[in-house]
Design a protein around this ligand. Structure first.
Ligand code: KIV
Ligand code: NA
Length: 277
């Protein structure tokens, strides 16, 4: 499998080849997703919720993102890997944005960064691109702004909101983003935005007509995620597999069935007799 880059990803839109992206947060998830043929791995700041147990992505730090990105890029050596710049790390001076972005790229060894927001961050997107940092945009429901959006809800239902999202998408394309995530946007609006752009859209909860799709690893596998939104499809039930296996292990320890003869090492004959004398 040939590793993708920003131009081959853009070409997938032209060729109408769907882009399959999934999140990964550590060595095993990255390794398995790469082997399964995912086009792009996203070290999402959703790790704050599905791996670290926070109730939003707001507490996630740049250090957290670097730590997890390092593990993902060790596990996936020939996948295109994107990492999220976390909460409030790209909203001050341009210098600070570039410094934060550079740390995540260089220490995390990822190939691109994702930034949430539209026209209001276009200047920061442009500065990153000018510095050689490929940027993926993210509009619609932007979880880092959940407190301002007033909850986890669909974005772009009204004409006013829809117009703003179209303008945001165009501003990001203009600023040099190589693709844009559309999160929880109605299918019709997502299709319209996708048509209006030359760069690919990657949807989550945004219907069938985006150029690609992204889902959270733990959601795809039903791996200890407390809620299942309508847009998630569970392709396996890892959570119950894990729980059943661990329950069996615990029970076998309690019943002295584990370890069994096949799991133990032995001394050579006579050694322990001599030790006792
Ligand atoms: O953090 C994340 O997992 C994301 C995707 C849902 C797009 O940003
Ligand atoms: Na994210």
């Amino acid at each position: 499998v040939k590793k993708l880059n920003t131009s081959t990803i853009r070409r997938m839109k032209v060729n109408r080849e769907p882009i399959a992206m999934i999140t990964a947060y550590d060595y095993p998830s990255a390794k398995l997703a790469q082997e399964a043929g995912a086009d792009i791995l996203l070290v999402g700041d959703s790790l704050g919720m599905v791996v670290l147990g926070y109730d939003s992505t707001i507490p996630v730090t740049l250090e957290d993102m670097i730590h997890h990105s390092k593990a993902v890029t060790r596990g996936a050596d020939h996948c295109f890997v994107v990492a999220d710049l976390p909460f409030a790390t790209y909203h001050g001076s341009i210098d600070r944005t570039i410094a934060n972005a550079a740390r995540l790229m260089q220490e995390g060894r990822v190939h691109a960064l994702k930034l949430e927001g539209g026209a209001e961050i276009a200047e920061h997107v442009e500065a990153c691109v000018r510095a050689g940092i490929p940027v993926m945009g993210h509009i619609g429901l932007t979880p880092q702004s959940v407190l301002q959006l007033g909850g986890w809800k669909i974005q772009g239902k009204s004409l006013e909101q829809a117009e703003k999202l179209v303008q945001d998408a165009k501003a990001l394309e203009q600023a040099g983003a190589f693709s844009i995530v559309l999160e929880m946007v109605p299918e019709e609006l997502a299709a319209h935005i996708t048509e209006q752009l030359t760069i690919p859209t990657i949807g989550i909860g945004s219907g069938r007509y985006c150029d690609g799709q992204v889902l959270v690893y733990h959601d795809v596998l039903n791996y200890a995620t407390p809620i299942k939104p309508r847009f998630v499809k569970q392709y396996a039930d890892i959570g119950s597999t894990v729980q059943t296996a661990i329950a069996q292990y615990v029970s076998e320890v309690k019943n002295r069935k584990f370890p069994g003869e096949e799991n133990v090492y032995h001394n050579d004959e006579g050694v322990i007799d001599q030790l006792k004398h």
